[in-house]
Design a protein around this ligand. Structure first.
Ligand SMILES: CC(C)(COP(=O)(O)OP(=O)(O)OC[C@H]1O[C@@H](n2cnc3c(N)ncnc32)[C@H](O)[C@@H]1OP(=O)(O)O)[C@@H](O)C(=O)NCCC(=O)NCCS
Length: 216
């Protein structure tokens, strides 16, 4: 059955989420998802959304007025914003489908993807891996064996998470960040673009550079 949904957030990543939905549907005999529109508190340009055949329905508060079968995914990279929006959706009892681009390589053994998780094109996820609610795995990211990414973690493009890494709730990884095996990245930490993380990162800290150190 086709799952109707809205994409919350109509910025650049919101459109990339629509790309993922189009790619999934193009591989299915009948569409798996029907995006009925986008919700955004701003005013996205109709011309940018037009090619996707979706419209801006209105602000996020409209979610509660939509028919009950309409689920939601969140096309916003900020973990904190995503967490707050997901709480609204949960309070309304809405479902959050998992979106996996058909070009992603997902291992067959013990891979769990939480509700609302979005896996973009050319991602690799191997085995015994757990991703929480609304985790974003952006273009070409890799996740090694036995990794755990808690709720609302964001992997920007080309991030490499080694085996046995644990990223706690709401960690943000900038583009091209790398993490050595077995490390824990504490709740709400930020790992800058291109960083090489070689030791545990305390909760809430921003680290940058090679090797990664607290930002100046
Ligand atoms: C880490 C990050 C969040 C810091 O942002 P910020 O708090 O605004 O930091 P600033 O730009 O004010 O920089 C503060 C200092 O850290 C340094 N710095 C910032 N990001 C850095 C990075 N990724 N690598 C090395 N140094 C960095 C700056 O050069 C500056 O140093 P200085 O004071 O000696 O000049 C940001 O730079 C970053 O990497 N964001 C990720 C973006 C991304 O990948 N988005 C995904 C798009 S899909």
């Amino acid at each position: 059955m086709t799952q109707r949904l809205v994409v919350i957030g109509a910025g650049g990543f919101g459109r990339e989420v629509l790309d993922v939905i189009e790619a999934i549907n193009s591989c299915a005999a009948t569409p798996e998802f029907e995006p009925i529109g986008v919700l955004d508190d701003g005013t996205p340009e109709a011309a940018v959304l037009g090619p996707y055949g979706v419209q801006h329905l209105g602000p996020v508060s409209l979610l509660g007025d939509l028919p009950h079968d309409v689920g939601y995914v969140i096309g916003i990279g900020s973990p904190g914003v995503r967490q707050a929006l997901d709480q609204k959706g949960l309070d309304l009892g809405r479902v959050s489908p998992v979106l996996v681009h058909p070009s992603a390589a997902i291992g067959r053994h013990a891979v769990e993807l939480g509700p609302g998780t979005i896996v973009c094109s050319h991602v690799s996820i191997t085995n015994n891996i757990r991703l929480g609610r609304h985790v974003h795995v952006n273009l070409n990211a890799t996740i090694g064996h036995d990794a755990v990414l808690d709720d609302y973690v964001t992997l920007s493009p080309l991030v490499a998470i080694s085996g046995n890494v644990h990223a706690e709730t709401g960690v943000f990884f900038g583009t091209g960040a790398n993490v050595n095996p077995g490390l824990t990245i504490g709740r709400g930490a930020v790992v800058g673009t291109g960083a090489a993380v070689i030791k545990d990162v305390p909760a809430g800290l921003t680290v940058v550079g090679v090797p990664a150190k607290p930002r100046a």
